[in-house]
Design a protein. Structure first.
Length: 755
């Protein structure tokens, strides 16, 4: 093993020597051309170096319990004049020139990176969380911003004029200093709270909600301050224009703008077939709102941030799209932006005793002011001393937000290079101190009984089938099955405000006039909306449950065919609900129409068969039977059945059909294994029943074929059976012998949940 290490070190030494030998040639190739333009080779080399160093130091930071963004920022400091420039000044100046077209190229990426980071910050801003937490978060945010802001503003008023870029605009610089000291980094705070599994705790939600409010308030203050800086002077007119412009933009964004953003994203997702069109739409929305704020005299950062909030609330923003966009930002723009921020900071200026003293003072004022502000806000919000202490520790993280604020201030000319360096130093120090302090404070807080209940519910929801559905597709005609399917879709969508796309497969609709078809579509829409309104949203906290509203999109114009469903399914849905009159073949099994529908949809689907009765959805007091066998498919069926029962106060019975397991074991051993599996699954069902607040009776059948056990149990008189099964390969839809027997022989209405 030692010989291998020697060989590796020898090879590494040879590689380093070779790279050093190649540097002159690389430098010549990458040098800017004689016309004064920037070199593309050098530009790509800059990006690659920033990405590699930022990634490595970010990884190192993560491994020692620090945010990765701190590693990326330190990567910039290492590559900048603070380290690399101090050791090899000529090489550093060559790789990262401080002016000219070469710097403009990399700065353009940083400028776009600011907007992209604020877009991501906005998308991660959960306004629903702020509404749930309520008064506590408001008092914490108000006190947590006011006290450090006043401290920072006062510091700006007393800083010697030689440290200011524009002594005549001291007020704007003071506002920037106050803002830099007052707002916490949502990203850093949320990361640490999530890492400690505290996101579901009441205090964890208050911490994150307070950071969200602080961030939003901070960017509004920055927008107003930049509006003042742009006018060149501070007077009543410039202040009024900035404030009114910001207020008007915010009001329009969260009213008319919200609907426009939702409509654009939905239309793009549903009509464009090229690759990732929604991401393009999101970027265009971000840039359009950034340009809008610039045109009304407010900085582009506010437009990008608000665009992120609206985009994050869009009901069509699937997890897949969110991950693709987030990956682009985190992998490219984030390390480049923070790397360049580190490059712009020169820690060597702290050799000046006055600047070093100013930096120490800024860190002390920022930490003390933030801690006291959050602590006082917590006490005013009715929190205990220990909880307020944890709040004070948590809100001291500046991190990414302050670096963005400092970068914007530097580019706008309201912060000097020295002040920028000091703010970056403060951001790094306070952010690195926050995680260990918060971990220490949070460990001292016991778990309340109400928190324990909510956390248990959220853990169930995290692996839930119904709770994690984002978008539903309904394919139905005007038969009893179609009406039942419409009502079922409304109930499932109503449990979480999930949007529904409705396709009319009625033969009569295809033959009717456009007016008649529209009337039938309106009737179906009303059935869906009525079912949704009868449902309350399924929330982890019971007090947060509210009457549901769902958005219904109709694709039907009286000419839909079965083949059209497969085309629509490609637009991205989590569940297909099918309700057509022709469900079964005379010779047994699902009809050809059902098979074609299923073949065109790769995800889970629910097939409605109302039997020989005109049922609609189960009425109050109905009896629902849910056969289970311990599989994921049967668990999904349980969730669908409980969702219906929750609305209709139906009586639910689960039937567990024992299937002996443990090949090679004795008969007694097989029974013990089967019983252990049965008890574990039934315990999970009991947890789900508590989550949906539905009483469930469980019964077991042993040593009997599953279909016979189900049919025998149905003789006790059930209105509906919900059966889950896995889809089998083949052109015709087949989900197992048990489902086939129930479909052909059971007289009760049926829901088949096919995974």
């Amino acid at each position: 093993m030692g010989a291998d290490s020697v060989v590796l070190r020898h090879r590494a030494s040879k590689l380093i020597v070779a790279l050093l030998a190649l540097m002159p040639a690389s430098a010549a190739a990458a040098a800017p051309n004689s016309t004064g333009g920037g070199s593309e080779v050098l530009f790509f080399a800059q990006l690659a170096l920033i990405l590699v160093v930022g990634r490595l130091l970010g990884e190192a930071a993560s491994r020692i319990g620090q945010p990765s963004v701190i590693g990326q920022l330190l990567g910039g400091l290492v590559l900048g004049p603070s380290v690399f420039g101090l050791l090899f000044p000529s090489a550093q100046h060559f790789l990262f020139p401080t002016g000219g077209a070469q710097k403009s190229m990399i700065d353009a990426v940083a400028d776009l990176g600011v907007l992209m980071l604020l877009l991501l910050t906005g998308m991660e801003t959960d306004l629903q969380l702020v509404r749930r937490v309520g008064a506590a978060a408001i008092t914490v945010a108000a006190a947590g911003v006011a006290l450090p802001f006043l401290c920072g503003f006062a510091l700006g008023e007393f800083i010697p004029a030689e440290f200011l870029p524009r002594p005549d605009a001291r007020l704007v610089t003071s506002i920037f200093l106050g803002t830099a000291l007052s707002i916490s980094s949502v990203k850093i705070v949320a990361m640490v709270v999530r890492e400690m599994n505290f996101m579901r705790r009441d205090l964890g939600q208050i911490i994150v909600a307070s950071a969200i409010l602080e961030d939003t308030t901070g960017w509004i203050i920055i927008a107003v301050a930049l509006g003042l800086a742009a006018t060149g002077n501070v007077d009543l007119w410039s202040v009024g224009r900035s404030v009114i412009g910001t207020a008007l933009f915010m009001v329009l964004s969260f009213t008319v703008g919200r609907r426009i953003v939702f409509t654009l994203i939905r239309w793009t997702n549903d009509h464009l077939e090229s690759e990732l069109p929604v991401i393009t739409t999101i970027l265009v929305i971000m840039m359009a709102m950034a340009v809008t704020t610039a045109l009304i005299g407010v900085n582009t950062v506010l437009g990008a941030f608000v665009a992120g909030i609206l985009i994050g609330e869009s009901p069509i923003l699937t997890q897949h799209i969110d991950e693709r966009l987030r990956g682009l930002i985190v992998a490219l723009f984030m390390p480049v932006f923070f790397g360049l921020a580190g490059l712009s900071a020169d820690l060597t200026v702290l050799k000046d005793p006055r600047l070093a003293l100013l930096a120490v003072g800024l860190i002390a004022i920022a930490s003390l002011g933030k801690f006291l502000g959050a602590f006082v806000g917590g006490k005013l919000g009715g929190l205990s001393r220990a909880e307020s202490l944890a709040l004070g520790c948590a809100m001291n993280a500046r991190g990414s937000t302050e670096v963005i604020v400092a970068t914007v201030g530097l580019s706008a000319g309201v912060l000097s290079q020295n002040l920028f360096t000091i703010i970056v130093t403060m951001a790094v120090c306070t952010t690195m101190a926050m995680p260990p302090m918060l971990r220490w404070a949070l460990k001292r807080l016991p778990l309340r009984s109400s928190e324990r209940l909510r956390i248990a519910r959220e853990q169930l929801d995290a692996k839930s089938f119904v709770a994690n559905l984002e978008r539903l597709l309904l394919a139905a005609d005007d038969s009893d099955n179609g009406k039942f399917a419409s009502q079922l879709a409304g109930v499932i969508a109503g449990s979480g405000g999930k949007p529904i796309t409705m396709l009319d497969l009625s033969r009569k609709a295809r033959k009717s006039t456009q007016t008649q078809a529209k009337s039938k579509t309106d009737d179906a829409r009303e059935e869906i909306e009525a079912a949704a309104q009868a449902t309350t949203t399924l929330e982890a906290h019971p007090d947060a449950e509210k009457p549901s509203r769902v958005h219904v999109i109709s694709r039907s114009n009286g000419s839909q065919r079965v083949a059209d469903v497969a085309e629509e399914a490609r637009r991205g849905y989590d569940l297909l609900i099918v309700g057509i009159g022709n469900t079964r073949e005379r010779r047994g099994g699902f009809s050809g129409a059902i098979s074609r529908l299923a073949k065109g949809f790769e995800g889970p689907l629910i097939i409605v068969d109302a039997g020989n009765e005109e049922i609609g959805r189960p009425k109050d007091g109905s009896k629902i039977l849910i056969p289970v066998n311990g599989t994921e498919a049967s668990r999904r069926a349980v969730e669908v059945g409980l969702t219906l029962a929750r609305v209709n106060r139906a009586k639910v019975t689960t039937l567990y059909v024992t299937r002996p397991s443990g090949r090679g074991l004795s008969g007694a051993a097989r029974r013990r294994v089967a019983r252990r599996d049965e008890l574990a699954f039934l315990e999970d069902i009991d947890d789900l029943a508590d989550r949906y607040e539905v009483d469930v009776h469980s019964t077991t059948r042993a040593d009997m074929a599953p279909d016979e056990a189900i049919l025998r149990e149905l003789k006790r008189g059930y209105d509906l059976i919900v059966l889950g099964a896995g889809r089998r390969p083949g052109d015709r839809l087949f989900i197992g012998d048990t489902a086939a027997a129930v479909l052909d022989r059971a007289s009760a209405s049926k829901l088949f949940v096919a995974s």
